[in-house]
Design a protein around this ligand. Sequence first.
Ligand code: F6R
Length: 357
Amino acid sequence: EKGTYPHYMLKEIDEQPIVLRKIIQEYQGEKGGFAIDASIRKAMKNADRIYIVAAGTSFHAGLAGKVLLEKLANIPVEVHVASEFSYNMPLLSEKPLFIFISQSGETADSRAVLVKVKELGYPALTITNVPGSTLSREADYTLHLHAGPEIAVASTKAYTAQIAVLAILAADTANEKGRKLPFDIMQELAIAANAMDVLTDHKEEMEKLAKNYLHSARNAFFIGRGSDYYVSLEGALKLKEISYIQAEGFAGGELKHGTIALIEKGTPVIALVTQEHVNYSIRSNVQEVVARGANAMVISMKGLEQTADSFVIPKVQQLLTPLISVIPLQLLAYYAALYRGNDVDKPRNLAKSVTVE
Ligand code: F6R
């Protein structure tokens, strides 16, 4: 039930800190370890490469997860859009492990790949919010998102839950391989949950920014570098789905290779700045679009902020910033859709689970 909330989407955005704490609790093991099944641990350890297969928002969570798995567990990871994988199958490594990420566990495009992978005899793990779902039943292993039912068509809390579970899986695999982690993942996730509380408590600022930047926008661009780029893709998808504003997410450095031609006076460009090593370069991309008349909204992380930035998010571990930086983008999409009088929870042409290929 959505209770006093006007929309499920807003309720689900607000639930993200609660879900993150639930995940911490569910995956907390004994003696500082993690509650992950020994069979999954073994499959992760045996794999020489991981293939993440997913669609839409879950694909975007997979991109953020790739960074965590590679940096923490030192396993090469490829992330593929499910609907492309079967027709354009990459060369596989000797010992691949497939990870299917799906909120519903029913996405037909992902299932088609799972069927093929099982025919080929490769191991598969499904990360889903619905443990009894098709993708969960047909895979060898399942990890549960514990996000609770997600009703709004636009996915929000499932995305952050997916990233959190991938972070824990990456940390667990690092432990198994005897790799020393540079930080305590559960502690950093708890800090991220507190940061989420701060963001969901300051919605009025995003409401104002949505009004100023997106009220009458025809199009919008999201830019970032590194994991900020992956979150930009998700921010653009959220905005498209519910506000119907044409939006694209870009790697900051790619803009000048074509897209910058679209920047006109007043074009909204939303830039994410949470990664210290690219702070300088993404800010020069912002300068480039501002010089061409763009209406730039810079969302930066505490410690990297400049006085002219539009919004500053609390500081969290550098590898976990997607959990936090996505929240202002979810809220921007929500308020932009509201201003435009759209049906936020049931956008046109979309279904909650896409069970056709
Ligand atoms: C976006 C959205 C879709 C889904 C996609 C995959 O807000 O909801 O892009 O993420 O259809 O769905 P699942 O995760 O159920 O496989």
